[in-house]
Design a protein around this ligand. Structure first.
Ligand SMILES: Cc1cc2nc3c(=O)[nH]c(=O)nc-3n(C[C@H](O)[C@H](O)[C@H](O)COP(=O)(O)OP(=O)(O)OC[C@H]3O[C@@H](n4cnc5c(N)ncnc54)[C@H](O)[C@@H]3O)c2cc1C
Length: 398
């Protein structure tokens, strides 16, 4: 049996942050990270399209799922603290115009290197290609796989999203076996599937839009029409609100800058100014031509030949369509395509100020395995780092 003071299961963003904070809190405590992939931190390399959006200036005010629980960690280890944490390892970050933090190197690999090298500097032991499949309580701590014994165990296994990056959902049974409740799990920050009849001609077309889900939830930003539905940051953000097996519609406002009356006015102006232009071309000055054509067809049920054929009443219907382009929701893409898991270990069973289980002294959880998730923009890594550090610090003090 290998003994260690703190055993961290999962060498991802939260697990590596936990390891660093534990060692910095008490360098005499031995810290071991179990990682079932050949190397730690594989997912970090894939984040932010290879640039790693590691935090967000607005994290403290973000509407995380279970924000009341998350707010202590996010407050204690907020953006300034996150930036200092990375600067202390030699990694500097800057925010873009939307408050998203990226490493100055623009490289996710540099974020993983900073975490990995700091762990190595501090004497954290990595045990890779070791999958935790069993955890048991014993006197004065826990045993894992019957091979490791630790007074404190931190579950940092992530969720079920992007299993090819290591997070295969195998942390949930570990927590369940110790009596913890796991809430319903669903893919989040994932592409949305819709009825495609209306958008067949729009595959590959991008737009800036505001989205509203009929069952509640809004988002705005870029969307990308695809052959299965809608992708892009705004669609991914809206997926946080999709309830599986519930009938819903998405209303897409394709001209969020304008009121419906203004859009009608513009259409009438175009029709009067250039009546000979084809209906297919006529809206090319305000939306992508293909979107204009699809909206006219959907609104009127046919495509007039020229702009001049469009009467003011029809302009009003087209304007309404552009402001409320509806698609029937049929679901989302799967965990394989998702960036985050919605749901997880029930946070009411953990202490928000320490991340320790209320059921088992010495058992901690952090990151995505807990039922906390946020939107695109660095909020999920901000949570992983903050909750990981909080768990690591308290495990070292326990
Ligand atoms: C493609 C992609 C891009 C993303 N981009 C961003 C972004 O730019 N900004 C952002 O904020 N968020 C982003 N996210 C989300 C973010 O990466 C996660 O929310 C975050 O990594 C969660 O951290 P974690 O430590 O909880 O879990 P993970 O990072 O998933 O780490 C869990 C680790 O545990 C290991 N593990 C799992 N089970 C076991 C086991 N039983 N035994 C041993 N090891 C185990 C896994 O192999 C993995 O290394 C992205 C996600 C994806 C998939």
């Amino acid at each position: 049996m290998k003994n260690t003071d703190i055993l961290i299961i999962g060498g991802g963003a939260s697990g590596l942050a936990a390891a660093i904070e534990a060692k910095r809190t008490d360098s005499n405590k031995s810290v071991t990270v179990l990682e079932h992939l050949p190397k730690v931190g594989k997912k970090i390399l894939a984040t932010g399209n290879g640039r790693c959006n590691l935090g967000n200036l607005g994290a403290a005010n973000h509407a995380y799922t279970n924000m009341r629980f998350a707010s202590y960690a996010i407050g204690k280890y907020g953006t300034d603290s996150l930036v200092e944490f990375f600067e202390s390892t030699g990694l500097y970050a800057r925010a873009d115009s939307e408050g998203r933090l990226y490493p100055m190197s623009n490289s996710a690999a540099s974020v993983l290197d900073a975490l990995r090298f700091e762990c190595e500097n501090l004497g954290v032991l990595f045990c890779c290609e070791e999958k935790a499949t069993e955890i048991k309580k014993c006197t004065d701590g826990f045993t894992v796989n019957g091979a490791y014994k630790a007074k404190n165990v931190i579950i940092a296994t992530g969720g079920k999203a992007a299993p090819s990056q290591g997070s295969d959902g195998s942390g949930y049974p570990l927590l369940k076996s110790l009596g913890h409740k796991i809430t319903a799990l669903a893919p989040s920050l994932v592409q949305i599937k819709t009825d495609t009849a209306k958008i067949k001609s729009l595959k590959g077309v991008r737009a800036k839009a505001s989205l509203t889900l009929s069952t509640g939830g809004k988002s705005e930003g870029e969307i990308l029409f695809t052959d299965y539905g809608v992708s892009g940051i705004a669609a991914m953000d809206l997926s946080r609100f999709v309830k599986p097996d519930t009938k819903a519609e998405i209303s897409i406002d394709l001209l969020p800058e304008f009121t419906q009356d203004k859009v009608k006015e513009i259409i009438i102006q175009i029709a009067n100014h250039n009546p000979a232009v084809s209906a297919e071309q006529m809206l090319g000055g305000i939306v992508h031509k293909a979107i204009g054509t699809a909206a006219i067809k959907s609104a009127l049920g046919f495509l007039p030949k020229t702009a001049g054929e469009i009467k003011p009443k029809q302009a009003a219907i087209i304007a309404a369509e552009l402001k409320d382009f509806r698609l029937k929701l049929t679901g989302t893409k799967s965990f394989n395509d998702a960036q985050v898991t919605k749901g997880g270990a029930d946070v009411s069973e953990f202490d928000s100020q320490t991340m320790m289980s209320k059921k088992h002294s010495g058992l901690f959880a952090c990151g995505e395995v807990l039922d906390v998730d946020g939107a695109c923009g660095g909020f999920n890594l901000a949570w992983a780092f903050a909750s990981g550090r909080l768990a690591g610090k308290n495990a070292a003090k326990h």
